[in-house]
Structure formats: structure tokens, C-alpha cells
Design a protein around this ligand. Structure first.
Ligand SMILES: *Cc1c(COP(=O)(O)O)cnc(C)c1O
Length: 406
């Protein structure tokens, strides 16, 4: 008898985006002429930067000629891209990361989801609340949790991110082995200071723990005092893995490219407490289960680091940040106290009501689609996430409507 993985039955179906879609559909059936403005799902809306498109087209042309055709690429990414990443994303910011520590992939969702394969099943895991669901669900599938009780899985340690701690969770009181962190954060838009991140790095050293640091939104940081990489902090290379993506940085959500950084010093332990280096494990995992990112896509990613590419991606992000500022200021004007929206495309605010009730209110009265914070965890109850991923024109129209109904 072929038996199913029993852990799948523990996973709570995420009704968040399908529930949103259903409510929107129902509203549109009743109001077919309504002009909806979607500030809900976190997908980018603007075209790829031209230097990336040009690089992709040139690389595609190379693939059509025997002399320049390429078959399987190097397992961990082409040297041209890994070297550009090490130079521009790390060395330029004083983080000593080498090209050999970069593993190019098809995105940060896959990498953050796959990385847990390298750990034993009896580790203690801490996740933020609210949380990007991938960190939790992949560990549930792997059997590292008990059942879901009142919206939280037994066996996980939830790190509350609330207005009391400015949405940067405090160190856990109990000892944990693996910690997921995401800054700038999805959904709260919060960023962590050097001191706050250093405390996590120190915790990981003191407790023989490991940090999985998701920096998918790093391109939105405009406050230069905020660390862009966890490796800007002393001691981080031994205790942290970092995930990056071109999805939000350069509009690659449909193009697919990202990378993980696994420093050669990064360690885990065997059951006797002996050190095992993590980098060869991830290298082996990727060589076994992944065959690389398409050559034209890696060339498109490389183009992000040219002077033209840097200017174009900065302009792209600046546009979204301008939208975020417009939304943030409208909420402040209306007496709300939003976080995010300055170093992040997300604005997060307490509505003083139930998240879904407020979602329905905005849909029915302003024809604006948002995301109920309750869908990201218990601590999101009462909150709404508004995304800046839309045209400026639509955002201006949306805030006019918001100002009327709030
Ligand atoms: C969008 C996003 C990513 C990026 O995912 P890709 O698979 O690279 O598109 C990673 N982490 C978080 C928290 C995100 O919101």
C-alpha cells in the first residue's frame, strides 16, 4: 500500500489569498463596473529593467549558435554571476563573502523552503509571528512539528512581533536551535538595527544555534545605518545563512533567480556535539536536486550589477518607495500609526478592528484590495498589510479613496 506522508494532513490550508480572491470575485459579480485597485498580493507590477532584458536577449541569441551554445551550467551558478554578487552585494558593503560561498538558485522561496533538509528532525525551531508561511509549512511537511492548535503548531517557538517591540522580536526565553529572521520584513515592513541583529548573532553563538536570514527586500533599504546583510556583523559567518532574490530587487518574480550565501565557516553539529561544516552539505544538496538557473536568466541577473543596471533597478525601487510613502502619509494623516513603507514596500497598521472586517470595509467602500494581517499569524490580528507594488497613478487614486472612507 502506498502511504501518504502523514505530516501533510497537519498543514493548515492557507485560505489567505484564495479567501481574498473569493471575496473580490463576489464583490465584482455584484458590482461589475467597480474599478478595483489591488494593493494586496506581494507581486511586482513594473517591467524588467532594460539592461536585464538586453542581457537576456543577447544570451538567448548565443544559445541559438553552435559556437556559443551552452548546455548544463555549473551546479552552483556561473562564475560571472557569483563573482558579481560577492563583489557588489557583499564586499562593497564591507562583508567578506567570496564567490565560492554563493549558490545561485531559482529564488528565495525555494531556498528558504529547501534549506531545512539539512537539519535533524529533533531541533527546536523559532519563527516570527507574523511570518512568511514558507518557513513554517516546509518544517511541518518534514515532520518537525505537532498538530496545529488555535492557529499555532505544537513544537514551534513563536517570536511575537508586536508594536511593543517595534515588530523586531526579542530573543526567546527558551533555548532554540534554528531561527528564521526576515528583514526588511514581510509582512510588517520593519527593519532591524545593527544592535538588534548583533544580539541574534550573539545568541546563536551562545546557544550553538543557526540563523536563516531572509533578505529578499534588501533593495528597499534607504537608511544607510541599517545592515543590508547579516554578514556586516562580526561573528555572523559562523552562525548564519542568508537568502537573496532578484524578485523584488529587479522585478524577477516571473523570471526566477536568487541565491543563498553559505559561508565556509558556517557550522552545525552532529549528535555528539562535533562541528560539521554546512557549506559542503548545501553544495551536495544543490548538486543532487537542482540543475541550475537558465543561462539567459543568469546573464539578466548579472546585468543588475552594471552601472546601467544599478541605475535602472534603483529607479524601479524608488518608484515603489514613493508609492509606499504616499500610502504611509495618508494613513498617518488619518490618525493611524503604520510601520514599514520607508525601507520596505509594505505598510502595516493596526486597524482597531478585526482584520477581515476591515478588509471587507475597504473592498466595499473604496474598492481597494489589501491583505488581512491575521492571515500571517496570531500577532497579525487587527492588522492590514498594504503593498506599494502598483502604478503611481493607481496609488494616488487609492489614497484619495482611503482618505474619504477612513
Ligand atoms: C517575495 C519573497 C521572497 C522571494 O521569493 P522568490 O522565490 O525569490 O520569488 C522571499 N522571501 C519573502 C519573505 C518574500 O516576501
Amino acid at each position: 500500500m502506498i502511504k501518504a506522508n502523514p505530516n501533510f494532513s497537519k498543514i493548515q490550508a492557507s485560505y489567505l489569498f484564495s479567501d481574498i480572491a473569493q471575496r473580490v470575485k463576489k464583490y465584482m459579480e455584484a458590482n461589475p463596473d467597480a474599478k478595483l485597485i489591488r494593493l494586496g498580493i506581494g507581486d511586482v507590477t513594473k517591467a524588467l529593467p532594460k539592461p536585464c532584458v538586453d542581457a537576456m536577449a543577447a544570451a538567448t541569441a548565443e544559445m541559438g549558435v553552435d559556437a556559443t551554445f551552452r548546455g548544463y551550467g555549473p551546479d552552483h551558478g556561473y562564475a560571472f554571476l557569483r563573482e558579481a554578487i560577492a563583489e557588489h552585494d557583499f564586499k562593497a558593503r564591507g562583508a567578506d563573502i567570496d564567490a565560492s560561498e554563493i549558490f545561485v538558485s531559482d529564488g528565495a522561496k525555494c531556498d528558504t523552503g529547501n534549506f531545512q533538509e539539512l537539519f535533524s528532525n529533533d531541533i527546536k525551531i523559532a519563527v516570527p509571528d507574523p511570518v512568511y508561511p514558507v518557513y513554517v509549512d516546509t518544517n511541518v511537511m518534514a515532520g518537525r512539528t505537532g498538530a496545529s492548535v488555535d492557529g499555532r503548531y505544537e513544537g514551534l517557538v513563536y517570536l511575537n512581533s508586536t508594536k511593543e517591540n517595534n515588530f523586531v522580536p526579542a530573543l526567546p526565553e527558551e533555548k532554540v536551535d534554528l531561527i528564521y529572521l526576515c528583514f526588511p520584513n514581510n509582512p510588517t515592513g520593519a527593519v532591524a538595527t545593527r544592535e538588534q541583529l548583533q544580539a541574534w548573532v550573539d545568541y546563536a553563538h551562545a546557544n550553538n544555534a543557526l540563523i536563516l536570514f531572509d533578505a529578499a527586500y534588501v533593495a528597499f533599504i534607504r537608511d544607510e545605518s541599517i545592515p543590508h546583510s547579516i554578514y556586516e556583523l562580526p561573528g555572523a559567518k559562523e552562525v548564519a545563512v542568508e537568502f537573496r532574490s532578484y524578485s523584488k530587487t529587479a522585478g524577477f518574480t516571473g523570471t526566477r533567480c536568487g541565491y543563498s550565501v553559505v559561508p565556509k565557516e558556517c557550522r552545525v553539529f552532529d549528535e555528539n556535539g562535533n562541528k560539521i561544516m554546512l557549506q559542503p552539505m548545501w553544495a551536495r544538496r544543490m548538486s543532487t536536486k537542482f540543475n541550475g538557473v537558465a543561462y539567459p536568466v543568469q546573464r539578466a541577473a548579472e546585468a543588475v550589477y552594471t552601472p546601467e543596471g544599478k541605475a535602472a533597478t534603483k529607479a524601479l525601487i524608488d518608484g515603489y518607495l514613493e508609492n509606499a510613502k504616499i500610502i504611509r502619509e495618508a494613513l498617518i494623516e488619518k490618525g493611524y500609526k503604520p510601520t514599514g513603507g520607508d525601507n520596505s514596500p509594505y505598510i502595516w497598521f493596526n486597524t482597531g478592528k478585526d482584520s477581515w472586517e476591515f478588509f471587507d470595509y475597504l473592498l466595499n467602500n473604496a474598492q481597494i484590495v489589501t491583505t488581512p494581517g491575521a492571515g500571517f499569524g496570531k500577532c497579525g490580528n487587527g492588522y492590514i498589510r498594504i503593498s506599494a507594488f502598483n502604478s503611481k497613478e493607481n496609488v494616488l487614486e487609492a489614497v484619495e479613496r482611503l482618505k474619504k472612507v477612513l
